[in-house]
Design a protein around this ligand. Sequence first.
Ligand SMILES: Cc1cc2nc3c(=O)[nH]c(=O)nc-3n(C[C@H](O)[C@H](O)[C@H](O)COP(=O)(O)OP(=O)(O)OC[C@H]3O[C@@H](n4cnc5c(N)ncnc54)[C@H](O)[C@@H]3O)c2cc1C
Length: 459
Amino acid sequence: MTVSYWLKDAEDGLSPREPLDGSTTVDVAVVGAGFSGLWTAREILRRDPGRSVAVVEAEVAGFGASGRNGAWATATLGTSAAELARRYSPATARATIQAMRATIDELISACEQDGIDAGLQRTSVLRIARGRQEEPGPARALASYRDLGLDDGIEVLDAAGLAARVRVADARGALADHHAAVVHPGRLVRGLARAVEAAGATVYEGTPALEVRPAHDGRRPQVVTARGTVTADAVVLATEAWLSQLPGYRRQVLPVYSLIVLTEPVDDDRWAEIGWQGRELLSSHRYTVDYLSRTEDGRVLFGGRGAPYHFGSRIAPEQDTHDATHAELREQLRRWFPPLAGVAFSHAWGGPLGLPRDWLPSFSFDPTTGVGAAYGYTGQGVATTNLAGRIMADLIVTGDTPFRDLPMVGHRPRRWEPEPLRYLGARYLQRSLGRLDARSARRGVPPSGRSLAERLVQH
Ligand SMILES: Cc1cc2nc3c(=O)[nH]c(=O)nc-3n(C[C@H](O)[C@H](O)[C@H](O)COP(=O)(O)OP(=O)(O)OC[C@H]3O[C@@H](n4cnc5c(N)ncnc54)[C@H](O)[C@@H]3O)c2cc1C
């Protein structure tokens, strides 16, 4: 089992909890001990402390994306506010983004309530325009927030304003979104697992669910594992990218790999050159996603997509690293920050995230089958999973939620195409978007937005 820097740093020598050994019956069974599953368990027990809750985890709590991510807790979804307005309505876009902004506060207060030291620090996302081709990006993005009345806490920084915060090579300015926090994801997910146990849940590790049986003929839903079956009134699937590996759900999400490199702690002289004292979350305006964060102990994390999609939505431990992509990430980091040229890299890891066909997450519970699912965060689930947990708990405990009008609630995205179309489409998009970024950087002009690849990934 590969373990990310975050999990190692959170707990030296993770000692797995006991697996499920024999069949059991509970009120709620949760499959997957990442943020989604654990927030759902926490919120159910807060609404009804008397419920019995079992969390069934294939490896250890935090093994998935929750223990491996880029540390960004942001108020955005895979689908932009403008796209939500286009697909649904401006009012829906506003309600969704406002709920996400409030989620940053919820995340911080939940950790305080449960005594979880997740290193949460409020900060800003800086989407930096790097190069002439990205110059129009910040103003355009601000205008689309303003059109929706969502520009509170959003501003454009010019080159000097940006340099006062962080000095990035070839930076022309940035869009600053102040609704964000930086987190230690390993401490958050492991702390959350302990908190749900303290609240009365049982977390079984080393227990992969092999099958989920919906309620039928008066029988309750079940989670089948190798060493026992969990029968429950409600089953929640919280396996994100791994949903694609479960019989009956294979085409719900596309597992896309995101990879990360991490430096050794950077010395004070270099920090004096770079700035970045506010630990802002940095990215550019490219299609080929890049994301950076600064750890509490002064390391730089640089993440990006680019590792290839694998035929048949294959997920396997050896895919957590990809030499060519990791080398490219190291190279890019040096280009962002020339003063880091001589700094050594200590860690490289990666993992799959879940991409739904329309890039919008789904939080649903069907009382007829007794099965619900929270998934499809498109690489933006650190904060969103907290909202998901509250919504899932509302739906299971009361049958309704104050968030019922948000488009993620009860959402049923179209399934992905069968293979080989899925493979061909995914690889076409990966290659085309990489080429578009390279071409626009060479020419110094933004991509037109009209190419087939760009229209296909409009989100
Ligand atoms: C490299 C990377 C960087 C990212 N960076 C960011 C970021 O900076 N900000 C952000 O907002 N989002 C980021 N994301 C996305 C974010 O981490 C996820 O959206 C979020 O953690 C999803 O949480 P989850 O609990 O739904 O899924 P996961 O954390 O993936 O948890 C799923 C769990 O289910 C378990 N499981 C799988 N199959 C089974 C089974 N059959 N039976 C039992 N258990 C099973 C897995 O072992 C895993 O523990 C990133 C993702 C990756 C991969």
